[in-house]
Structure formats: C-alpha cells, structure tokens
Design a protein around this ligand. Sequence first.
Ligand SMILES: O=C(O)c1ccc(O)c(O)c1
Ligand SMILES: [Mg+2]
Length: 629
Amino acid sequence: MKTSIATVSISGSLREKLAAISKIGFDGIEIFEQDFIADEGSPREIGRMIRDHGLEITLFQPFRDFEGLTGEARRRAFDRARCKFDTMVELGAELLLVCSSVHPESLGGIDRAAQDLAELGDIAAERGLRVGYEALAWGRHVNDHRDAWEIVRRADHPNVGLILDSFHTLARKIDPNTIRRIPGDRIFFVQLADAPQIEMDLLYWSRHFRCMPGEGDLPVQAFMQAVAATGYDGPVSLEIFNDQFRGGRPEGLARDGYRSLAALMDDVRRAEPDIRIKVPDMPARVAAQGVAFIEFATRGEEAEALAKLLHCMGFRHVGDHVSKRVALWRQGEARVVVNAETEGFANSAYLVHGTTVCDVGLSVSSAADTVARALALAAEPFEQPVGPGEMKIPAIRSVGGSVMHFIDQVSGLSDVWSVEFRGSGEAKPGGAGLTRIDHVAETMNYDEMLSWSLFYTSIFDMERTPMVDVVDPDGLVRSQAIKSRDGRTRITLNGAETHRTLAGSFLAESFGGAVQHVAFATDDIFATARAMADLGFEPLPMTVNYYHDLRARFGLEPSRVEELMAFNILYDEDADGAFFQFYSRPFAEGLFFEVVQRVGGYDGYGAANAPFRIAAQKRLMRPKGVPRK
Ligand SMILES: O=C(O)c1ccc(O)c(O)c1
Ligand SMILES: [Mg+2]
C-alpha cells in the first residue's frame, strides 16, 4: 500500500509539513500548488527536498478550468498546462490532477471534454507525464465520477485516467458501488476525505469541513471497498481541507491522518479480502470490557481530601502497593488507585497538572493485541521501569499525556491487584452500593475532540454517539460519548472553546486535557445516596427551581420530586428508560465524581441537566487567584 497525503491537509510551512509527514511514515505527498508557490526553493530544489524526506510526489494539483473551452480561452488553457508540465518535470512529479471546470464559458459535452483530455494526454506523454481527471461535486458540467469516467473512457488515452475523491462522490450521495464497474487500471489516483453530515453548500462544506476518514459521517469505507474491488493498487491519499486543521499542530495532524488511513485500510482488507492493495496486518479492533481502574496522582492536603471523599462515597482502602506509596480503594468492581509517589510518571503528572487522573485502566480481551494495534496506528508507547514485585502491564499514552493501561485475563494481568498490593484487595461489605465505573469524562480543547474520538474508535471496538451541546453559563461545551457496543465501556469527551466555562477553566488550571470526572454506577441511587449521607458525603446542591421544572417536564409525582430533591438527585428520561444522577462537590482543580443509575435502555448522560449541574459547581469553585495549598 502506498500511503499519501495532500500538503493542504497539514498546517505549517511546506518544510514543516514535510517533516511531519515523513516522520510519521507516509510514502508520498500530493503537492498542492499553493504550498509549492509559497516556498522560496526552485522546483528542482523543492523536488529534491521532498525526496530527501523519503517522500515521493504522488500528485501535483490542482489544474483548474481546463476542459470545454473554445478559441483563445482553449489555447490559453493548453499553454497553462504546458507551463505546469514543465514545472512538474523539474519537481519530479509525474501525475497532474485536472479537476472538472467551473469556468463560466466552459461548454458541456462528454466528447468535447474527452477530446480536450486526449490532446492533453499527448502533450503529457511527450514529457513522460500523466493526467488524472476528477469530478468536483460543484463542477459546472461534470460533477459525478460516472461522467468523469465516461469522459476518460472516451478520451481513450493511456496517459489519461480517472481520479476519484470520496468527498465528491459521497457528498452528492452517489452510490459508491458504481465505482466497482470501472477498470482498476484506469483509476490513476484515489483521494480520501470524510466530513460531518451537515446540510450546506457543497463547495463550502468541502473547503472547510472535511476531516480524516472515520472522523466524520460519510461512508468512506464503502467507497474505499468499491475502489479496492476494481483491482486499483495505486496511492491512497488523504485530501483534507479543514479550517480547524489549518491552525493545528503539523505532527498531530500527520499522526491522525496516518492513523485514520491505516485503520480504514485495515477495515477494507477485512471486508474485501481479495483486494490487490497490500495492507499491513494488525490485530482487529479490540473489545473494551470496562474501565478497570482510575489512578490519581496526588499528595498533601489534596490527597487527604480525596481519601476522605472516597471514604464518604463508600469506598474502602483495601490494599497498599508492595513497594510504592500507592493505595488501592475499592467498591464493587470500581477500583480507584491513589498514587502519592514522588518519582516516576505519577509524580511528573502531579507536577504538571496538580491532583490529576494520571492513568486509566481498561479491561480488554487481549492487552497484547490492544497495544500491537495501537502502535500500528501510531499511538505513543508508554513504558516505565518495572519495580520489585511489579507486573509488566502494557500501556500507551492517552489524552493530555496521561497513560492508559490494559488489563486482560488471558495473560493473567487481572491478577495485578493480588500480586502488586498487600491487603485483601477484596471489596468489603458495607459500602454505598457502587458497582462499577459507568463512565470517565475527559475534558479537552474543542479542537482536540476529533483526534481523541479517532483514537478510541480506531483502536477499540467502540462507536461514537452524536455530539451534544452543553450550555455552560460562560460558553458552550461540546460533548461526545464513545462507547463499546455493550455499553460497558463509556468515555465522554468534552471540548471547551473558552477558558471561562467550567471545562475550560479546568483545562487552564490543570494545564491541558485530562479526566475531569468519573461516574460510578449504582443499582439503587436512593439507597446509595442515603448510605453516602450517613458516611458524611456532601452532594452538589441543586436548586429548588430545578425540581419545580422536573415536575413540570416529566409530570413526576410530587412525592417523587421531594425524594429526588432531598438527595440532590437529578433526573432525565427518554423513550428507552430513565436516568438518575448526583454529583460530588468539586475538589482539587475542578475534578468531581458522579453517581448514576440507568433504568431500562437509557443510554445517555443526562445532557439536559448539565447546565444546572455546571451552574451549581461554579457557585462552589475556589475563587480565581487563590493559590493551591
Ligand atoms: O476545492 C477545490 O477546488 C478542490 C481542488 C482539488 C481537489 O482535488 C478537490 O477535491 C477540491
Ligand atoms: Mg480531490
């Protein structure tokens, strides 16, 4: 498989783009004319610089408004093409993308366009070059790959072929399976892009909202399966125009691009085993079976406050690490590890973020497969020296530089609690009825959300649920849930756009993305709330207005509303079931805990309650400027 990416897809100068693209391991680039023109090097120097990065120029683009012209305009178009061909020879680029014309004077007619392309093919052939024709979704006469293919077929020239771009086909809802009847050797190049499903002008959608395959809503996999089924064996190239990406970090974008392409082609290979494209082997997406533990890095007064809070929530301190200052707290299957080490990873996480969730443990079917797949998808490995009595648990880097460990049964990793910890490690009776971790909520900058949702959905067998807007009194926070199909593993990503929101101030105070809250499940929220109250737990207080509204919204019995209000329990329901939740007060830099009960098939997170919860939290937060103790 030859992997490629258009230089437009990455931010930075051409040189920064090349460094990032080559470092992550792409084979080639589509050089976008603008990037090339803006660089101070000569075409020859730029070509050499690209090859010195170990990259091939897979395509030179775009050449616009070529076909369908007459008279002087047609002559000018051919002259322009000759100039570009000369540049391509200097650069060492062999294939030119001609996109369908939007020229107001261009005439329609398949044969006219075919004739133009055949003549262009002759000129290209003299220089050893080739031309690929692409239908822009907004082309004046040609806006459908089926018409572009008919033009290429009639041009009947060995140096003229078809260029397919998933965006143009899928944005117009053209059935990608129509590609299956095109001979693979007549397809010269394939560009891939996804996009969120938003109704808008095609050109605007394409130039501003494209995203990496798997980050959007278009059936890019079905498109690529159809391409692969033709026998096509050429470059698979990302062409992403995206406003957010233009301001992103080149390395991060290159990594996400590579991850998206590798995951897509792995899916394609599994669905179409007979394809000619050779796709590297990697383990299949791994089943996530729940959050095995969360680990806090903390110390001092914040560590004491956390221990007190865990105690009031019914957790019991059930073990201590054999060689480190690490305590294990447990209730039901929910495990919280509290790490007060002054060396190693947890220590550095604490020094950067203050009290923070430095590590999330996921239960998976196979930890080795998880890491193998993650590394094949360009995830960052994590290792730290294994101390005396410790097990080597596979891990990778996750959100905000935190760590994600993988625990499985097949390799005995789930024995870690009895191997590494002194004490029974067993859940003790007399807790507050918490059974397991329902979800982990990660807060990040809004422009990191696509990247982290791709991280989860490409490595694990997890799916995204639609983005919801959460209204904070000081701005909007967008929330996207990622969950395993069985709902046992749930991670919510919360993207803040301003620092004045609760999520945004958490980001600023903790210096970057991290877990902001952890939700524990109970089967009886009233019994849990009562047991916690007996242990001294102080819930986040909700307003009386909230409960009046609840009664109106859902027509609840007054006695039910009284009961909810007594324990500061929030309520939501939908067609599938009901949802109860209450919150702890914020601790450290805006971290908090949540307790939830899902009834029936309720699958959400109480988004309708979020504005009231956030307002209540903000009332309790430490005033700005008061230093951490
Ligand atoms: O937006 C455009 O003009 C444009 C140019 C070249 C392409 O390959 C493309 O898909 C879009
Ligand atoms: Mg394109």
